[in-house]
Design a protein around this ligand. Structure first.
Ligand SMILES: [Zn+2]
Length: 975
């Protein structure tokens, strides 16, 4: 057995022992306690269609760290968990399993280690979900999450369904649920809308709306140019088609249109009347045709371009060379070629036309951008993409419609419209042009999956379908959005803060969302039983449900009695307690206690989730809270964590680097895994989990356990309380303060460095410097240190706590308080001085390339200290540099007053605030302290050390290069 395996099994063993102890003592079961501050936090519940993976490991660890920390800070903490059964993934997985699909069976056996017997037992979607639910619960326990398991539920429990029906009735009352015809992500095979939970890799299909602008051909066939920038149609001087692609002519909504075969297939999902194609044509055959620009009424040519993607939009693109880098470069290319393949007759003269004026750019911004980026050819795709994105963004945010559009307008009526656009923002003009063209019958909408390809779990590529008579949640509603923005601006703290603007963007672009499906497990719509509410819609306010489900069960209230009136009372305080009491046959006080428990825990303090849920679940959660609850019950904080990478790559099954949580726990040990994940990144960043981190973490914990064992072995011995004892006491106090500050700002990596690395280093340093350690002080530090380890490595901390012969659980002890600890600034400053001396000695040694036998250190005359104190006060008050230098010169500090000033300033900057104040306000006995610490210096430098005072007779012979000054003694190496 390797040392690593040895530590892993030790870690697993102590985790088993202590989690059993916590469970038996019911330490994490939380009930309302009126005399205690509460802290209520939740994390997104998992979807049990497979075991938890390392990504869950990270997302659930963070709230557990917070829960454990808050508990130790005196809060009554509730951290519950449930399981999301709703929707199609479980269904799809079960169907595949029952068909004995080889890949899935292999995955279950090998990756997830599902036994043959268990595979046989799974007959229904519910069986499958229950199986993985049990596994997930087990994993979470093994992972030491401090969850109150009494409150667990699944989203198909009858109580939950009743609660969701109530929520939907509330949304409908407010007109936030509408029936209508809207685009949705759609699986053509399953014939139903799909959301994030239904897709491979859990990607939310994002829908993008193109405007199709109809350019009429001579033969009456329409070329529908797909564009995201319809306002630039004034400057459209030609169309592009891909000469190598296949196009078809078909009747769509009563119009003959020409578009790529790929686009034709997609449009069949979006238009109600689509006839089969009549003609199939190669793109090159379209080159040279002339088509009418509906706005300018000019005939423009159809030209070939290989950059046109037949599978994006319609395969017909309008060319606006003044404002689109691709178009500009493609035209340059054609011009330099001098001829066009397949072109009969003269090459047409084509010039860009200005539509938008943009400050800081010439008449043709596309030309400027292309020139400045050095783009010469349409084959420079990456550069062109970037140029397009940048210019698009600049014109959208700062561009104004130029007066020249009036001249470009084709006839009187359009001229008037064009004049009304002049000076307007691109954003405004875009909407006006689109609706103007649509009213004329010259434009339509076309939808594309913006982040395609996205695949359904069945393997079929998702398309956009315009569905009719479907139920939608109207996240587009402006009034609703306004309230949600207010919630984010006034009520909700987002951690890390930089994620807030992302939420604001999501609110801006959020559209109506199909909220029901025709199949899958879940709750049916209360007013239309044929529809099942989909999984991202039935998971938005369930944090409220945890607070009441325990009492509902305790009072044995049957699910069928939980009607709208019940929930109205519990969550909104509406209706009559007496009436409810009579109907349910339960005392009024008991009914009231359910509402009281809800009000005790609510509002939710923290909602935790991975960043992939920002654009959907987390935003929906706020929308739905805003819709259903009064504002004092809106959530208070959203905490978002980054993804997990494995050996620098995204974790995925196809890359073969997918790590189920149970395997990581088994290989590394729960405490070690928790420390590794915490240490690998701060929460907002992506964390990289690599093999090399495991030995680091094991080594850390092993060393810490060794020190603790050493300390507890020497219990009860007496020793000195000298400068090093003062230093270790005060240094530990500083680590506690730093760790606490880091915990408070959710900087858990920073906290882990203080707790697991720096404290240990300090203790080792102390132990190696003294002859007889003061074990009593170390024991006190060890106990406090163990408490600091609870949030990140709880079972490890518990093990150490009991090795220190302490009783009870350390996990419910009070968090150490730096304020209550002893403080010795002078000794801390002295050890910092030792660090600097050691560094200087190493530098001199390196420069001389010789190994010295000893070192003599000469401290400055203590008379000079006063000046240094004064200078520090001047730094603090922001005095002028020349005054400082004057002061230093007067006191003859150092060789050169400027150099001395900059040295002191650098030192001032490097010190924590309290030590700066100490220097400014107190006399520092530099010689005495360094003399006492010479044992530390000598052991660490492995040299004989002698400390002298500037006034000592023999001092002068050791002052060679520079004169000593306070906090910078002279150093002389002896050979
Ligand atoms: Zn499908």
């Amino acid at each position: 057995m390797s040392a690593q395996e040895g530590f892993s099994s030790f870690d697993i063993e102590i985790s088993r022992k202590w989690s059993k102890y916590w469970e038996e003592n019911r330490l994490y079961e939380a009930d309302p306690k009126l005399d205690k501050k509460k802290f209520y936090l939740t994390a997104a519940y998992p979807y049990p269609n497979a075991p938890l993976h390392l990504g869950h490991g990270r997302t659930y660890l963070i709230p557990d760290i917070v829960a454990r920390y808050k508990r130790m800070r005196g809060y009554n903490v509730l951290f519950p968990m449930a399981f999301h059964f709703t929707g199609t993934p479980i269904l799809t997985a079960t169907e595949s399993l029952l068909k004995r699909e080889e890949n899935l069976i292999k995955e279950y056996r090998e990756l997830y280690e599902v036994s043959e017997e268990d595979i046989e037992k799974i007959k229904t979607p519910h069986d499958l979900a229950s199986y993985f639910k049990n596994r997930a619960e087990n994993d979470m326990k093994n992972y030491l999450l401090s969850i109150d398991w009494r409150r667990k539920f699944t989203t198909v429990d009858p109580e939950y369904k009743s609660f969701i029906r109530w929520q939907f009735a509330k949304l409908k009352e407010k007109n936030y649920i509408v029936k209508g015809t809207h685009p949705v992500g759609w699986c053509p095979k399953h014939q139903m809308p799909v959301g994030m939970h239904d897709t491979k890799g859990d990607v939310e299909p994002e829908i993008e709306e193109f405007t199709l602008i109809f350019f009429l051909g001579d033969d009456g066939v329409i070329f529908p140019a797909a564009t995201l920038r319809p306002e630039t149609v004034f400057g459209a001087v030609n169309l592009w088609v891909n000469p190598a692609s296949e196009y078809v002519i078909a009747n769509i909504d009563g119009k003959e249109m020409i578009l790529s075969s790929k686009a034709y297939r997609k449009i069949t999902f979006q238009k109600s009347k689509v006839e089969p194609p009549k003609v199939t044509i190669k793109g090159e055959e379209l080159v040279g045709r002339l088509v009418l620009n509906p706005i300018t009424r000019k005939k423009v040519p159809v030209l070939p371009a290989s950059f046109v993607d037949e599978d994006y939009g319609t395969g017909v693109v309008m060319s606006v060379p003044a404002h689109a880098p691709y178009d500009y470069v493609a035209l340059m290319e054609l011009r330099s070629l001098g001829k066009i393949q397949g072109w009969k007759g003269e090459l047409p003269e084509i010039s860009p036309l200005k539509v938008i004026s943009l400050n800081g750019y010439s008449e043709f911004p596309a030309a400027d951008v292309v020139k400045s980026m050095g783009i010469k050819s349409t084959s420079q795709r990456d550069l062109l993409e970037k140029a397009t994105k940048d210019l698009y963004f600049k014109e959208y945010s700062n561009g104004l419609i130029d007066k020249r559009v009036v001249e470009l307008a084709g006839y009187k009526e359009i001229e008037e419209f064009a004049s009304s656009l002049v000076g307007r923002s691109v954003k405004e003009a875009r909407e006006l042009v689109t609706s103007f063209l649509k009213n004329m019958g010259k434009a339509d909408s076309f939808y594309e999956i913006a982040n395609k390809p996205v695949y359904c779990r069945c393997g079929t590529e998702i398309v956009v379908k315009v569905v009719e008579n479907q139920w939608f949640i109207d996240y587009e509603n402006e009034e609703w959005k306004k309230e949600v923005r207010r919630a984010f601006n006034e009520k909700i703290e987002v951690i890390p803060e930089e994620y807030k603007s992302w939420f604001m963007n999501v609110i801006d672009w959020l559209k109506k969302r199909a909220c029901a499906r025709s199949r899958g497990m879940g709750t049916s719509l209360p007013w239309d039983e044929s529809w099942i509410i989909e999984s991202l819609s039935d998971s938005t306010i369930y944090m409220a449900f945890y607070t009441v489900i325990l009492k509902i069960r305790e009072l044995s209230i049957q699910a069928e009695k939980l009607d709208e009136k019940f929930w109205d009372y519990i969550f909104l305080g509406k209706g009559s307690e007496a009436e409810l009491s009579e109907k349910l046959g339960i005392d009024r006080e008991k009914i009231r206690s359910i509402r009281e428990e809800f009000l005790y825990w609510y509002p939710l303090d923290n909602r935790h989730s991975g960043k992939d849920l920002v654009p959907n679940h987390l935003t929906f959660m706020v929308f739905n809270h805003v819709a259903v609850f009064p504002e004092e019950l809106w959530p208070k904080r959203i905490v978002v964590n980054g993804h997990i990478m494995v050996e620098g790559e995204k974790m995925s099954k196809s890359l073969g680097n997918f790590i189920p949580l149970f395997k990581a726990i088994r290989e590394v040990g729960p405490n070690s895994l928790r420390l590794a994940l915490t240490y690998s990144a701060e929460i907002g960043n992506d964390a990289n989990y690599g093999r090399e981190i495991v030995p680091v973490v094991h080594d850390r914990l092993k060393k810490i356990a060794e020190i603790i064992d050493e300390i507890q072995k020497h219990d009860g011995m007496d020793a000195d309380f000298g400068p090093l004892e003062k230093w270790i006491t005060s240094a530990f106090r500083r680590r506690v303060a730093a760790a606490t500050e880091a915990m408070e700002k959710y900087a858990f990596r920073e906290a882990s460095i203080e707790i697991y690395f720096k404290v240990e280093q300090d203790l080792r340093r102390y132990l190696s410097a003294v002859n007889i350690p003061n074990w009593a002080i170390l024991k006190e530090i060890a106990e406090q240190w163990t408490k600091l380890m609870v949030p990140i490595t709880p079972a490890f901390a518990e093990e150490l706590w009991h090795r220190l012969k302490r009783k009870g659980s350390v996990t419910i002890e009070e968090w150490p308080s730096a304020e209550n600890m002893k403080y010795y600034p002078e000794e801390e400053l002295a050890v910092l001085l030792v660090d600097r001396i050691e560094e200087d000695v190493e530098n001199i040694k390196r420069a001389l390339k010789r190994e010295p036998k000893g070192v003599v250190i000469v401290t400055a005359d203590s008379q000079k200290w006063e000046v240094v104190s004064k200078i520090f006060s001047m730094f603090k008050n922001g005095s002028q540099a020349k005054d400082l230098v004057k002061e230093i010169a007067k006191a003859k500090l150092g060789q050169n007053p400027n150099e001395a000033a900059s040295f002191l300033y650098e030192l001032y900057q490097s010190l924590p605030k309290d030590l700066r104040d100490f220097v400014a306000g107190t006399k520092f006995e530099e010689f005495e302290l360094l003399n006492q610490l010479s044992i530390l210096l000598s052991r660490e430098l492995k040299l004989d050390v002698k400390v002298l005072n500037e006034q000592d007779k023999e001092a002068s012979q050791h002052i060679l290069r520079r004169k000593p000054m306070p906090l910078r003694p002279a150093i002389n190496l002896m050979f």
